[in-house]
Design a protein around this ligand. Structure first.
Ligand code: NFD
Length: 329
């Protein structure tokens, strides 16, 4: 009898543990969404409000997708009105995908300046980092149908974020054209320090983005592998899961190139670690493995030439001015 009681208790505890997490929907989500929606359009399209979309309509479409519903029963169809309302344009040679590199990728893209991530599109920008779920038991008379107390913890039987983010990922990939980039983490570790593959077929990138590329409209998949500064390099181009990605992309007929810690990415990541070996561009033996900085700073002959050229130009300018001033008298 005791054993049966204990077993039931364990099942109940695991159910509670699986079904709920502490965090509920983001407070004031309606105001945040409408504010972000107008702010995005103001930044993108300027003051010409005639081109702006109606953000209350966008909120209604998003809210209608999950409010008053059991979050575990959502499907892609629930959020279709939101994606129809927001729309998405084709992205030529600028789309940037990522897996396990959230912080690095957004420093690199710089809100659409260099590259465009899903979070830089209107569909992703509006809700990025917000939590939202509904609850089928909430009253239609006294509540807005949003559960602010708790949203389900992820489990295979209740994956309430995929109907939104899986669909956003799919749409984003469908709109990529020309060169597409993906930034992967060659030093990826879990919370308890164990190595995680840089590319996983069951990640959003592997499951919804790679399979949704319009292959005939993609000229190249550029894989960018970054490594944690001062961290362990578990994976590099052509090895382990990065080789698997190359093979998966090639099987789809996509041309692939791969780059380990390219300089432009390294310069950005190094802003936070200026004195580490990688950021001083020193190799394992302590030798500088690049010459750009030394060439500019330590070339007195080059500097002398440019100073002389500037002096000559200034002198010529003064003489021309004096000559003109004289001829106008
Ligand atoms: P990641 P990824 N269940 O770093 N995207 O390839 C739940 F609930 O491993 C953007 O999977 O890379 N959450 C966003 C999960 C979200 C699960 C999703 C899971 N099984 C996808 N797996 C976004 N902006 O929030 C992962 N997550 C969560 C697009 C996890 O919390 C982007 O265009 C992590 O914060 C990008 O190219 C986030 O999803 C690619 O898919 C990303 O996990 C990144 O998805």
């Amino acid at each position: 009898m005791g054993a049966v009681y204990l077993a039931s208790l364990l099942v109940l505890l695991s159910f509670v543990e699986q079904s709920f997490q502490d965090k509920g929907s983001t407070p004031r989500i309606k105001e945040i969404v409408i504010g972000r929606c107008y702010d995005y359009q103001f930044k993108k399209f300027g003051l010409n409000t005639t081109t702006w979309k109606n953000c209350s309509k966008i909120w209604d479409a998003l809210h209608g997708g999950f409010a008053f519903k059991n979050p575990c029963n959502l499907t892609f169809a629930d959020y279709k009105p939101y994606f129809d309302e927001v729309e998405m344009a084709e992205i030529h040679n600028k789309s940037l995908f990522w897996s396990g590199t959230y912080k690095a990728v957004h420093s690199y893209s710089e809100f659409d300046v260099r590259f465009t991530t899903l979070e830089d599109t209107m569909a992703g920008w509006i809700v990025n980092e917000l939590t939202f779920c509904g609850n089928g038991n909430l009253s239609r008379n006294t509540t807005d149908g949003i559960d602010y107390d708790s949203c389900p913890k992820w489990s295979r039987s209740c994956d309430y974020t995929t109907p939104f983010w899986g669909q956003a990922s799919k749409k984003f990939a469908e709109h990529a054209r020309g060169i597409v980039r993906v930034m992967l983490n060659g030093s990826r570790v879990s919370g308890d320090g164990n190595h995680i593959p840089a590319y996983k077929r069951d990640s959003f990138f592997g499951k919804y983005e790679l399979p949704s590329f319009q292959v005939e409209k993609i000229t190249e998949l550029m894989i960018i592998v970054v490594h944690t500064i001062n961290g362990t390099e578990y994976e590099k181009c052509g090895k382990k899961s990065i080789k698997l990605l190359r093979d998966d992309a090639k099987d789809r007929g996509i041309t692939v190139s791969c780059h380990d810690d390219p300089d432009d990415v390294r310069h950005i990541l190094c802003a936070d670690h200026p004195y580490s070996r990688e950021c001083l561009f020193l190799d394992e033996a302590g030798y500088r493995n690049r010459t750009i900085i030394r060439d500019i700073c330590r070339n007195p002959r080059g500097l002398g030439v440019s100073v002389k050229a500037s002096l000559l130009l200034i002198t010529a300018g003064i003489m021309a001015f004096l000559f003109n001033a004289g001829s106008f008298k």
